[in-house]
Design a protein around this ligand. Structure first.
Ligand code: AMP
Length: 460
């Protein structure tokens, strides 16, 4: 059983504060993974590594950062998943090779990782982790090529799935996006230093500027000689639309567009499609805020903050059974009675996955005295699990995989429920080829069989 990560990667080349800037970059990318983080740096002589569990700010101290020497560094934030949370699985991973030392950090999921791993073990490989990312290293070790671009291209021809990678040798930083470009990876510049980051919000924090995205099927080598780009595949791109819906930070520029603007547009189109007479529009914070703003602006209904979010919620330390998990929403969100009492309220959120959150929120708002609660969702029904790196529950747990909109409305006890249409979502996201598998079941990379998959969403 592999570990399914939805993560953040960061890398920097040619900066005397490489580890410190990587630490800051990981901090800005914390929303992409909160379970563990690691940084590996190099001074061209050797690798220096530190990994830990928890938030970036909890793991690294000034002394640790100072011990991570050199001008090149890569870092990784890992998303929380059940099981297999040992330090062994914390990235980046480093290994010694015939072509020199190499370190790797990965965002995404491989869909042929089990069969590849099985074959590698049959052939004598000894795995140190349960992460699919280790496959890259074993495949590289077995490569017939000494030239790194050639060897890596050969590796990529054997792996299937989603991978945005940052790799590091003693004298280079390498950025890679899988042939479909499912997960993001951007290139930035700070003075003479080059930076790779899952999202551009990390560039803002350290004062770097965004240059461009790494292209699908591109491998970009950054050395003292400059940049060298290789194309190792040519597929129809399929960037993950759910990055725009929920996952990326609104202050990031993703694939050339502001995530915030796209979310607002999704909300505006949702209002065009399904405005319902209400006294106020309230978002589910934080994820629903831009869409609710767009919805309110378009519908002309007053935008209010009717739910307050507690940002400091960790865990409930209670058995994570479905019934007790309901409690989690209350720990995180609380209605403002004076805003909702006696009013007809439209609540906007970005997605319904299991339906647990919406159900609990509507109950809370009604208990706080709302007359009616209409639910509006700024994406289509989430009908199918993601196998490319967004952590989703199993198909069975996805409420929209087996229930109609009317059945979901009844379950969450909303007075009305509407989802954004697929066309509306794509219109908001603009002209681009997307992976919409979670909403359409059209998987751009075909699965051999549906893997057992899914963990409780940490939101709950
Ligand atoms: P659910 O209760 O399962 O319907 O969860 C829906 C809520 O979880 C929405 O408020 C979303 O913003 C949020 N959400 C959607 N996808 C994810 C994810 N992959 N991880 C964590 N939270 C998510």
């Amino acid at each position: 059983m592999g570990v399914y990560d939805k993560c953040a990667v960061f890398g920097i080349f040619g900066n005397r504060y490489a580890a410190n800037l990587t630490y800051l970059g990981l901090h800005a990318l914390q929303h992409r993974g909160q379970e563990s983080s690691g940084i590996i740096s190099t001074d061209s002589d050797q690798f220096y590594s530190y990994k830990g569990r928890g938030l970036v700010s909890e793991i690294f101290t000034k002394e640790i950062i100072e011990s991570l020497k050199g001008n090149i560094a890569i870092g990784h934030n890992r998303y929380s998943t059940t099981g297999a949370s040992s330090l062994n699985n914390v990235q980046p991973f480093a290994a010694h090779f015939k072509n020199g030392d190499i370190a790797i950090a990965h965002n995404g999921n491989l869909i042929n990782s089990e069969s590849t791993r099985h074959q590698l073990i049959e052939e004598g490989a000894i795995f140190h982790t349960t992460s699919d990312t280790e496959n890259f290293l074993h495949l590289l070790a077995k490569s017939q090529y000494y030239d790194l671009p050639e060897a890596l291209s050969a590796v990529f021809s054997k792996v299937k799935g989603a991978y945005s990678l940052v790799l590091m040798t003693k004298d280079s930083l390498i950025g890679v996006r899988d042939p479909y470009g499912i997960r993001p990876l951007s290139l930035g510049k700070l003075g003479d230093s080059y930076i790779l980051s899952s999202e551009s919000c990390a560039f803002d924090l350290i004062g770097a500027s965004l240059i461009r995205d790494i292209e699908p099927g591109e491998m970009l080598f950054i050395t003292t000689g400059g940049l060298k780009s290789y194309s190792f595949a040519n597929e129809k791109p399929a960037a993950c639309i759910f990055e725009y819906v929920y996952f990326a930070r609104p202050d990031s520029l993703l694939w050339g567009k502001s995530v915030y603007s796209i979310r607002k547009k999704m909300g505006a189109i949702l209002a065009e499609e399904s405005t319902v007479d209400s006294d106020i529009v309230i978002p589910v914070p934080d994820s629903g805020i831009p869409a609710a703003l767009g919805y309110a602006e378009k519908s002309g209904i007053s935008f209010q903050m009717g739910l307050m979010r507690n940002h400091y919620v960790g865990r409930t330390f209670i058995e994570p059974s479905q019934s007790i998990r309901h409690f989690g929403v209350k720990l995180k969100l609380n209605p403002i009675r004076s805003v909702v009492e006696g009013r007809t309220v439209t609540v906007v959120d970005d997605s319904i996955v299991r339906g647990t959150t919406s159900k609990k929120i509507i109950k809370m708002i009604k208990e706080a005295g709302a007359k009616k609660v209409h639910m509006r969702i700024s994406s289509p029904p989430f009908i199918s699990p993601c196998f490319y790196g967004i952590d989703t529950p199993t198909r069975r747990e996805l409420i929209a995989s087996s229930h109609t909109v009317e059945e979901i409305r009844k379950y969450i006890t909303a007075d009305s429920l509407n989802f954004l249409s697929l066309e509306g979502m794509l219109k908001a996201a603009g002209k681009k080829e997307f992976c919409t598998a979670c909403f359409t079941q059209n998987y751009p990379i075909k699965l051999e069989s549906e893997p057992a998959y899914g963990t409780p969403l940490p939101f709950l």
